[in-house]
Design a protein around this ligand. Structure first.
Ligand SMILES: Cc1cc2nc3c(=O)[nH]c(=O)nc-3n(C[C@H](O)[C@H](O)[C@H](O)COP(=O)(O)OP(=O)(O)OC[C@H]3O[C@@H](n4cnc5c(N)ncnc54)[C@H](O)[C@@H]3O)c2cc1C
Length: 162
């Protein structure tokens, strides 16, 4: 694809909300698969989760493929039981994720304590996420884009003039 690309930013790139990111590149969504299923039905909800997993995998592949130095580390994530999320809620979430073919294991209280020293009722341990320094990651992608002909301008775009 032969694209003519320019980036316009009123400040130094990466200094917006990217600099505030807590660096988690997680495929799990803010809403559980159980809640999404209530909203959209199982097939659509499972598809949303699979797209998120594919996006996380794709981003990891891009980082590796382009050789971007950004303190990238593969990580698993722990979805912990809390006041409003009981162990049985988590078990139901784990089962619906299994049905959707998503990776992860259910940890009961004893296993969670012995493996992680965390005193919660239960958790879901999921592989496939990662962390990276968001500013280094963003600048790495921008550097690669510039090497391929993209141009970066400092300035303000007024949407009203469009
Ligand atoms: C506290 C916090 C923690 C977060 N943690 C995570 C996390 O762990 N994992 C995760 O995936 N996401 C996280 N996020 C979300 C993530 O940081 C953002 O979704 C992401 O950085 C957005 O990138 P962006 O390039 O779209 O926006 P930004 O990084 O905000 O860049 C937008 C740029 O556009 C410029 N701009 C705006 N309007 C104009 C204009 N009219 N003309 C010219 N320039 C303009 C701004 O000045 C800015 O530099 C977090 C966000 C916050 C605030």
């Amino acid at each position: 694809m032969n694209l003519n690309v320019c980036v316009v930013d009123r400040q130094k790139p990466s200094m917006g909300s990217t600099a505030a990111s807590t660096a988690m590149l997680q495929w799990e969504l803010d809403k559980s698969l159980t809640d999404l299923t209530d909203l959209y039905g199982f097939e659509r909800a499972a598809s949303i989760f699979h797209r998120s997993l594919a996006a996380a995998n794709g981003l990891q592949a891009q980082i590796r493929g382009l050789g971007i130095s950004c303190q990238f580390r593969p990580r698993s994530s722990l979805y912990l039981a809390a006041n409003e999320i009981s162990a049985s809620d988590l078990l139901a979430e784990h089962r619906i994720r299994e049905r959707a073919g998503l990776p992860g294991v259910y940890l009961d209280h004893r296993t969670l304590m012995s493996e992680f020293g965390i005193a919660r009722e239960a958790a879901i341990l999921s592989p496939g996420s990662s962390e990276a320094d968001p500013v280094m990651l963003n600048r790495g992608f921008l550097d690669r884009a510039v090497e391929r002909g993209a141009r970066i301008f400092e300035g303000t775009v007024s949407l009203r003039n469009r």
